[in-house]
Design a protein around this ligand. Sequence first.
Ligand code: ATP
Length: 522
Amino acid sequence: QRQTRQQPDSQHPDFHFVWSVLLINTFTVFVFPSQSLLSVHDTVAQRDFEPTLPPIPDDVLDEDEDSVKIVSLVKTNEPLGATIKKDKSTGAIVVARIMRGGAADKSGLIHEGDELKEVNGISLEHRKPKEILPLLACSKGEVKFKIIPASFKEEMASNKKKLFLRALFDYDPDDDPAVPCKDAAIGFKRGDVLQVVSMEDDTWWQACHLRDGNARGGLIPSRQLHERRFILLSYPSVEPGAKSSTGLRRSFRLGRKSSRAREAARRRRWSTGVHGPTRPPTYIEVIPYHRDPKERHRLVVLVGPDGVGVNELKRRLLLSDPDHYGVTVPHTTREKRRQEKEGVDYHFVSVPMFEEDILNHRFIEYGRYNGHYYGTSLDSVNRVMAEGKVCLLDVHPGKIKHVYTCEYKPYVVFVKPPGIEELRLTRRRAKFICGEEDKGSVRVFSEEDFEDMISLADDMESQCGHLFEKVIVNGDIAMAFRELKADLERVEQTEVQWLPAEWMCSSPTKARRSCGHLDSWI
Ligand SMILES: Nc1ncnc2c1ncn2[C@@H]1O[C@H](COP(=O)(O)OP(=O)(O)OP(=O)(O)O)[C@@H](O)[C@H]1O
């Protein structure tokens, strides 16, 4: 019997040892790594082996029979290469590597990831790899391992560790000249939920569509690949990996922009690098969520560039079912007008009160208009939701983060303008409410308004697209409204919904699994 050990290599801190094996035995399996099967069979048939194989240990029967494997090794000169290491998260001793062509590799009985529970009846719990090697060294004739096979552990963990991603872009392998094999790839649409089965390759992941019920993985572009392509296509002269600052902003909706303000905003957008390289929406990690009928509705957040029709859609939803939909009542510091009612039109508060609420982060969004504060508070959202209504919230995409939590489970709808031709056609009679400097006047849309709307929509999509669960193109208003209403009804009725894993992780009581896979994707 020969056992040697190499020092741990600094780059690969697995503990490396080499065995020679004559016979590897589980209860019923014999493996003869160095001779042809037939000649070994003859040998086995004619001779009694020393040492004899041990009986099944009693304590094994206490454990799940499928989960534990006993492997006995009796050695010859054929080496068995394997390394072991301590799993940092569980503390278990696991087989780190199986050397290609070695006896373990050929035997197929010991695998990378197998957890070693015992050596010769000695528990390996709380032991370091360097304490285990002497146990092996002093074994004579036979070394007996109790092992939890990696395949079983994976199966056990698979329910907890399945990785689901929602795609945030459309992908068609037929349009992708770079895909290594079109037949092996799968296409998807924005919003599809994919189960990722392999991320081993940095460029091409493997995933399957949930709807197919087909466990066979197909190739999909990895996040890195999609980002690299996006940057190369959008900014050919920019180094991949360069980052931009997020500079999107829009004035509070009550303060509409004048032409001068619009020009300033455009300059600001350019100067803050919104038009510079940015990370494109790729995938977001999601987990299934079963809504309890007693639970409050998800918050519906409508976002879009100025003038695209967010208020119009909100107004139509409210009119269609005022008992079901509700909107927030904003706060303001301006004087109450005669016809206005406290708590209906606005919550009228003093400047110190408003500023105290700002400091206490009570506002999702606030701004100044004509020297007065206006704002939408979290409390006002809570009030609508507490009435059992679907709360419709209209905010700048940059403010979604205030409600992007498990508590509100926002369903974010991006209202997008159609192409410029359709804008010209559909908005001919529409009125646009102008900004501060134009004293809130109403005027028809200009060509510049259309261009601004489209350009701002592009910015919003590239900056915040990962937050949008639904995109509605508002060309024909009746069609856009029908699509929105049907979609909101579908969301309410769908039993299993796919929510960002981040929400569940931020709420420990509801966390169902670790969400370490895609850190900092949002
Ligand atoms: N699809 C459409 N076809 C024609 N007119 C539309 C359409 N959508 C909206 N409008 C009209 O465009 C104008 C601006 O719409 P709306 O006030 O809803 O914009 P908004 O997105 O809320 O932006 P803002 O907050 O700047 O008002 C309104 O007169 C509205 O009736």
